[in-house]
Design a protein around this ligand. Sequence first.
Ligand code: ATP
Length: 340
Amino acid sequence: MYKISLITGDGIGPELSESAVSVLNTINDKLDLKFDVIPLSAGDKALEQTGKALPDETVKIIKNSDACLKAPVGESAADVIVVLRRILDLYANIRPAKSYPHMPALRDDIDMVIVRENTEDLYTGKEFSLGNSAVALRIISENASKRIAKYAFETATQRNSKKKVTCVHKSNVMRVTDGLFAKSCLEVSKEYPEIVFEEMYVDACAMNLIRQPESFDVIVTTNLFGDILSDESSQVVGGLGMAPAANIGDSFALFEPVHGSAFDIAGKNIANPSSFLLSIKMMLDWLGTKNNDPLCFAVGQKLESTIFDLVKSGVKTKDIGGDKTTSEFTHEITNHLTTN
Ligand code: ATP
């Protein structure tokens, strides 16, 4: 039995969480893998109700669980996810962009992953006013840069793909901070002679993600650049509704969609839950590796193929050209998970 903490979130978060619980319950009932899901409050609603966006009790329960699922939270996101990444030391943010058939995507031949450093850069919240100016501290350390570079090279080693790592930075302008990041990645690259290593400025990378996205395998980059480039790469393969992510540390991990709480479509039952359900697939792979549990891999694969078989057969939500509501699409998944 795996204990899964679940932050239900704001905006479309509760609808996505309902879909996730429904899928996890189906796995419990039909596929022999057991989950105890503990719904938790964090985000705008928690702030309103308790005065804290990330209540202590929520953190305590997350720490006692085997893994955490986090639906998007609203305006208070920085006080929830950025803090959780720091206190749980979830240093690697993994954002795959993979083409699947029958998507309204720019390209259908892409298989890449962005490995984003998750603890430093402009996301440490060290900002202040200085007279009439505003200052943000950009912190880049050799340790964190080497740690994420190592994760990227290990990822490239394990992937059955191009065996290439692209280090993305802007060291021609930010010579000290990105200079250190680039130098650290280059040093780590020497331990992996079988992996091709290249460097690319972030503006060139943004262009190449449109012009020749098939040339990428693993991108390793700093926190802010990774945040921006992963929205772009997800659009290349079909949009934010299909984009999962993992925040991984040495002993714990948290899984969430790439996108935010999308208030424009909240409460309408039209959000695509695939981003969150594919995050569950990433969680199953992580649990499988950590616990040496082959059933986790098998169920994860089944969940992913069920989603993409449905999409292929035209069962889709509105964002990817279909007419299914969130709950109808979820229902199709739970039906097919049981009968496949
Ligand atoms: P944030 O500012 O936290 O990044 P946001 O809510 O402003 O988040 P995004 O999450 O980046 O915006 O999403 C941009 C738009 O993409 C949303 O406003 C919504 O229209 C669409 N979108 C995002 N996620 C989904 C989804 N799961 N299903 C369908 N459409 C989505």
